[in-house]
Ligand binder design. Sequence first.
Ligand code: NAD
Length: 424
Amino acid sequence: MQPTEIPEIYRGEFFEHTIDYLDDVGNKIGLDPNILNRLYFPKRAVVVSVPCRMDDRTVKVFQGYRVQHSQTLGPCKGGIRYHESVNLSEVAALACLMTFKNSLLGLPLGGAKGGICVDPNLLSRTEKQNLTRRYTTEISNFIGPATDIPAPDVGTDAQTMAWLMDTYSQGLGNAVPGIVTGKPIEIGGSLGRTGATGLGTIFCLEEALKSIDKHMSETSIAVQGFGNVGSHAALYAHQRGAKILAVSDVHGAIFNADGIDIPKLILDYQQCHNLQKCGYGESISNEELVALDVDAFIPAALDGVIHEKNAKTVRAKIIIEGANGPVTPRAAEILNKSNVLIVPDILANGGGVIVSYFEWVQGIASFFWEEEEVHRRLKYVITRAFNNVMEMAKKENYDMRTAAMAIAMKRVEQAMLLRGLYPR
Ligand code: NAD
């Protein structure tokens, strides 16, 4: 039961696909149609003009957005993206997906997303700071540690969050660390946040391996992408005794049948910035990487890398979606038929938002945990979510993606029904 009318302001391919997805799973699980109708669209969307003093003293005006999809389970939570493709429709779709990711992971948070339509690579540090501070001022009436807590996303980082926190705190006259997550450690960031998404993928892999009766120490893995998620996933798997046969970056992939020495490669990569020039294996293409004979493949770079045309070449038994949307729906159908276990992004890359939640909790309590404690709790939360999804998938004969969304939507539905509609 899709909405007949999508308001013009939200129209866009990604938003419409997201609605189709909600509609599909919502109908499968018999979600209350009134609830489904509400969940298609955000609770609130703010559009702001952000005037920014440039280095040449001119003033440029950028368009900024903050979209809060749902606050039913708790304060809204989601990243802030600086990219030239940012628009209201895209931000609204991403905010919606955050609601269900947080719900699936059992976090007491709703979903949000924000961003500015700008190419951050064209800004100096000063310009980026000016832009961030003015954007924060424009949205400051809508965010807060109990209402909506931003975090870094594409094109933003810990420094951006430090400026955001400082601007918000200046307005109130006291430090408010709970206003953002993904901050530097020195001003209230959490230990373990940087590697959290990569580590979360490996905790998911450990659980998924049980379905093929293997231990990490006898597992071969290929990883696509050697940025934050990919390099940490490779490192944590290597530390647990897995053999990383191949890794890739934007320049191409490398393969080593004896397994790659990941800790050494990470150090060298900081100098050479090109895996094929680091000398740790023979060069292969990213397409060859997808087709390697490994137990597990972790796509941790881009969306849509496993598609209708190359899905049949995949020989991995398990795919852990480190990136967002690396397996297209058509490819997933093909892989499901070959019994490849796909651990969906909403679950597999949830480590980042889980530790963001921990950071928020630590900030509010002004009590900070050791890294070991962060890892232990991350493992508990993501493993619990994995097992819930696996159980639902088996019970209802769903693939893991459908099962994950079904759990997430059902939880939000139950909470909405319990809280009720006000005023009636
Ligand atoms: P990143 O920018 O740190 O790394 C991206 C990596 O992908 C780089 O190694 C880059 O060289 C590689 N790459 C780019 N184009 C490629 C191509 N054509 N072929 C192969 N490799 C290519 O980004 P990241 O933070 O590691 O994020 C990766 C993915 O994970 C994105 O989809 C992101 O949305 C998702 N994600 C990240 C986090 C997080 O905490 N960082 C959380 C959830 C989801």
